[in-house]
Design a protein around this ligand. Structure first.
Ligand code: AMP
Length: 283
């Protein structure tokens, strides 16, 4: 079983002598309810670093007032087991008061279109919460490498920008989307889905895959790719589309008429009350 620390002081005391010996540290930030997607990030880190720290923190500042902060699954005991099996050494599970010690807030915010498009439209404070908490974790742990999933593609682009602009001295390592056998992207929020919604949600990965094939076969107009994806997903009666959008990589730049490889095709779709995201890189 990995060691579990709840305070910044304890974690720093643990890491200090190891770093003095020149050991490399991998950081895997998570909100817990760990699944095979998280386990893949952890085992990648364990392969590439001497020590792997997994943070488990449901970060209040990245949830909007009507979002699922209270309902978000909290399963620390089971998470410790997943971390241990995947080769992680330490779990850092702080309280909100430990991570936000002052009554007034200090924010790290990436501004501009990169945080306004896609999920930024319906979740206006989300990325400010993410960049703030990830900055705190980077400063607490001082990792050699930090691991994030392509599942949250916009988060990856925002964090790349933050690391560059804030001169964080670490390497970002991005792990491809881990999927269930059906193709459904693994997510802690999949536990909210009924059996019927879960099988309906397969339409997302299925459609994105066909969109990529179409792109490769010569459908390169942004409008055509988006309308195909939207139409296919809308055929599923339980799917309620929030967005289907396509932006250029890196940095989520606005595409004019044509999709330029590499570009990100991303969707957010509700099944019942559960909001799922998925994406594919067109290249
Ligand atoms: P979360 O606990 O949802 O905040 O996710 C923590 C990290 O795991 C983030 O970097 C996610 O992008 C990553 N992650 C979550 N689900 C998956 C998945 N299915 N495949 C790859 N990475 C994932």
């Amino acid at each position: 079983m990995p060691q579990c620390f709840h305070t910044v002081k304890e974690l720093r005391e643990y890491l200090k002598p190891l770093k003095a010996q020149g050991k490399t540290v991998g950081l895997v930030p998570t909100m817990g309810a760990l699944h095979q997607g998280h386990a893949t990030l952890i085992s990648n880190s364990a392969k590439e670093n001497d020590i792997t720290v997994v943070s488990v923190f449901v970060n209040p500042t990245q949830f909007g007032p009507t979002e699922d902060f209270d309902a978000y699954p909290r399963t620390l005991e089971a998470d410790l087991e997943v971390v241990g099996k995947a080769g992680g050494d330490v779990v850092f599970a702080p309280s909100p008061a430990e991570m936000y010690p002052s009554s007034d807030d200090t924010w790290v915010e990436v501004t501009g279109n990169i945080t306004k498009v896609l999920c930024g439209k319906s979740r206006p404070i989300h990325f400010r919460g993410v960049t703030t908490v990830v900055s705190k974790l980077f400063n607490i742990v001082g990792p050699t490498r930090a691991y994030f999933g392509q599942k949250d593609a916009q988060q990856v682009e925002v964090l790349r920008r933050m690391v560059k602009d804030m001169f964080f001295d670490l390497e970002l390592r991005i792990v491809p989307i881990v999927r269930e056998e059906s193709g459904l992207a693994r997510s802690s929020r999949n536990t909210y889905l009924s059996a019927e919604e879960k099988s309906a949600a397969v339409i997302l990965s299925k459609t994105l895959k066909i969109a990529l094939e179409k792109f490769k076969a010569g459908t390169t107009k942004v409008e055509d790719i988006i309308s195909f994806t939207r139409t296919e997903i809308a055929k599923e009666p339980l799917a309620n589309i929030e967005y289907v959008e396509c932006y250029g990589l890196p940095g989520l730049y606005e595409l004019s008429d044509e999709v330029k490889a590499p570009s990100l095709l991303a969707v957010a779709v509700r099944f019942g009350t559960t909001r799922l995201i998925d994406n594919i890189i067109l290249e």
